[in-house]
Structure formats: structure tokens, C-alpha cells
Design a protein around this ligand. Structure first.
Ligand SMILES: C[S@@+](CC[C@H](N)C(=O)[O-])C[C@H]1O[C@@H](n2cnc3c(N)ncnc32)[C@H](O)[C@@H]1O
Length: 351
């Protein structure tokens, strides 16, 4: 009832997409994909991509069932709860919530009017009619406030403060959260009063970013500033394998300690690759060359920030704390901004 005729099935462990599957052309494959535990891309490039191939960026989907149910478990709704969802997509999650709590207790906000219209039709087919609002989910939906639960099904780097403000004290905000560096996890925040919400991360996730918080990634030429590579880069070596920094969890932790930076991998034959690090302001970059089996790796660093040194320090910090998992990290959001912490909310730092 919720899945369109044309879908690009995803792969369970990430956000990569496979080729188009059309219900009209291959009903068996379509049905198999719909009843698999995988995300299904339903729109590319904010609707600009109309062809059969893969677009550049998936921008709407039906989320992976296991993740939808895990997040609903995190949300822990009870009878009488009023829920705000950000990112209606196909409407499936809004439908699950409306089935559980009643149509009148669910509001879902979707930025894309075409997607919202289709979601309403899907929901009607399932005999459900939660309120689907077209708008910028960052602002929530004041008409239905206060909510006792707010859930985002697109990820954020910054939790919009209106989500906290419009959720009642004792209520909960569940949202995929990650820095520009990479890695992402579900933040489960309780609104503790005084306009503050705080809680730990529950599990890793890989959602599409809220439209207005997508990261702009300047091309490498912007960093070289007209000079041939390595420009003013200083060469050095490291004993930390760049590969060690690449897991979803390691990326998440590095992102908590290394602000306004992102990475890209340039891969060669035989498993070797260059890890490129970039400062968001284009003033600094670094590279670290990974060669399988080596114990020393070449590094080049350029600009006022020594980005590889920052990554190495962040990784060392994580190791010294016995490599804590997602669930030992937490997030506190107040009107003054957001802060992250490890184990102790009293010992936090701004992100
Ligand atoms: C992963 S999909 C939602 C999945 C859906 N909830 C489900 O049941 O499977 C993410 C959706 O968030 C929407 N979105 C992105 N930015 C938004 C914003 N600022 N406000 C509202 N919706 C937004 C996208 O258009 C997309 O449809």
C-alpha cells in the first residue's frame, strides 16, 4: 500500500542503491524487495532525476523495516501520546503510529509537496488519516503542539530547537544524528524541563540528511588555491593506519572531536587508498596513504589546522577510553546549543 511502482532497493548495511525495480516490469522482484529488510529509495535528487538509472543522491525512501521498528521501540509510545514525525516519505511510519495511537494523535511534516500528496493517498488506502503537513520540519508543526513524542526520519547535525520547545516535559525526541565527518546514530533525548533535552545514542543509523542541513563539500581545487599539489603541504608519517579510522563508530567518535571537517577516500588497486581530510572552510587539508600490511603511513598536511593530527588525537582519546560504543555517548540540547558527552552529562563539550 505504501511502496510506489518504481523503487531502487538498498543494501542492508548502508545507503548504497541497486538498479531500478519496477512493479509493472517485474512484479516478483518488486514484491521480494518490498518484503525484505532493506531501505527502498523512492526519489533521487529532490525529484530532479526522472530516468531509470541511479541519480546522484537519494532524497526520499521507505526506511529499512528493522530501523523503523527499532526507532519506534526507542520512542516507546503509550496510549494517549501525541506524536510529531519529521519526514513523511511514503507515509508508512506515520501509518504505523496512527494505527497505534489514532489518527488524531499523529502529525507528520514533509518538505516535498509531491511526496506528501502521495503519502496521503497511501495512508487513505490503508484507511488511515493522520495529519500530513507540507512544510519545513525544522519548525515542527505548532498547531498540534505540545507533543509527547517527536521522531525524525531524516538525520540532523543540529537538533532544531523547536523540536525540544514543542515537546512536553517528560516527553521524548528521537532523531538520527551525526556530524559532518561521518558516522551517525539515533539520539534518544528526554525533555527534562527548562527547555533542555538530554539522552544517549541507542544504535547506529544511516539516514538521508534533513534537506537544509546537507553538507556542502567544496572541490579539492578550492583547497590547493591555484598551487600544484601538494601546495604548501608538509610531509610526515604516522603509525596509525588510516583504515583504523574508517569504521562507522570510529567516524562518529572522530566527528565528535574534530569539528567542521569531512573525508573522502581515493581507492587504488590491491586495497591501498588515500584518506583525504578537508576542513569545511577550505583553509586546511591533509592526506594519509593506506597501504595494506604497512606499519608506517605517509601523511601530508596543509593549512592552519593539522587535520590528520586532529584525527589521530581523537582516535587516541577514544582508545584511552576503551573504545566506547555509541550507547555510552550522549547529547544535550538547550537553547544555547548542543553538547555531547561520554558517560557523564556533566562533562560535556560543544559540537
Ligand atoms: C527517509 S525518508 C522518510 C521515511 C519515512 N518516514 C518512512 O516511513 O519510511 C526522509 C524524508 O524526509 C524528508 N525531508 C527532508 N528534509 C525535510 C524537512 N526539512 N522537513 C520535512 N521533511 C524533510 C524527505 O523529503 C524525505 O521524504
Amino acid at each position: 500500500m505504501f511502496i510506489p511502482e518504481r523503487i531502487w532497493p538498498g543494501i542492508a548495511d548502508g545507503t548504497r542503491q541497486k538498479a531500478l525495480v519496477s512493479r509493472d516490469e517485474d512484479p516478483g522482484a518488486w514484491r521480494a524487495a518490498v518484503y525484505s529488510d532493506i531501505p527502498l529509495t523512492t526519489q533521487w535528487d529532490d525529484g530532479q532525476h526522472r530516468g531509470d538509472g541511479l541519480g546522484t543522491q537519494p532524497t526520499s525512501s521507505n526506511s529499512m523495516p528493522r530501523m523503523v521498528f527499532a526507532m519506534l521501540a526507542d520512542l516507546g509510545v503509550r496510549d494517549g501520546d501525541r506524536v510529531l514525525e519529521i519526514g513523511t516519505g511514503t507515509g508508512w511510519n506515520a501509518g504505523l503510529l496512527a494505527h497505534r495511537l489514532g489518527d488524531a494523535n499523529v502529525v507528520s511534516v514533509e518538505y516535498d509537496p509531491d511526496i506528501a500528496r502521495t503519502a496521503r493517498e497511501n495512508l487513505r488506502r490503508a484507511r488511515l488519516s493522520p495529519l500530513v503537513v507540507v512544510g519545513d520540519g525544522r519548525l515542527g508543526h505548532a498547531g498540534g503542539a505540545p507533543y509527547t513524542r517527536t521522531i525524525a526520519t531524516c538525520s540532523v547535525g543540529e537538533v532544531p530547537y523547536s523540536w525540544i520547545r514543542r515537546t512536553a516535559d517528560g516527553g521524548m525526541v528521537v532523531a538520527p544524528w551525526g556530524t559532518t565527518y561521518g558516522g551517525e546514530a539515533i539520539a534518544r533525548l528526554t525533555v527534562v524541563g527548562g527547555g533542555v533535552a538530554s539522552g544517549t545514542f541507542t544504535r547506529p543509523s544511516a539516514f538521508m540528511r534533513l534537506r537544509q542541513q546537507r553538507t556542502h563539500r567544496p572541490p579539492f581545487e578550492a583547497y590547493l588555491r591555484g598551487k600544484p599539489w601538494p601546495a604548501d603541504g608538509e610531509r610526515g608519517t604516522t603509525s596509525l593506519s588510516p583504515a583504523e579510522t574508517g569504521s562507522w563508530l570510529a567516524q562518529f567518535v572522530i566527528g565528535l572531536r574534530v569539528p567542521a571537517a569531512f573525508w573522502r577516500a581515493e581507492r587504488y588497486e590491491g586495497g591501498a587508498y588515500t584518506l583525504w581530510l578537508y576542513g569545511a572552510d577550505t583553509a586546511s587539508w591533509a592526506s594519509a596513504d593506506h597501504v595494506p600490511g604497512d606499519t608506517e603511513f605517509e601523511v601530508v598536511q596543509c593549512g592552519p589546522r593539522r587535520l590528520w593530527d586532529e584525527v589521530e588525537r581523537a582516535y587516541g582519546w577514544w582508545e584511552r577510553h576503551d573504545r566506547p560504543g555509541f550507547e555510552r555517548f550522549g547529547l544535550t540540547v538547550s537553547e544555547a546549543g548542543q553538547r555531547v558527552w561520554l558517560d557523564d552529562p556533566g562533562d560535556s563539550w560543544a559540537v
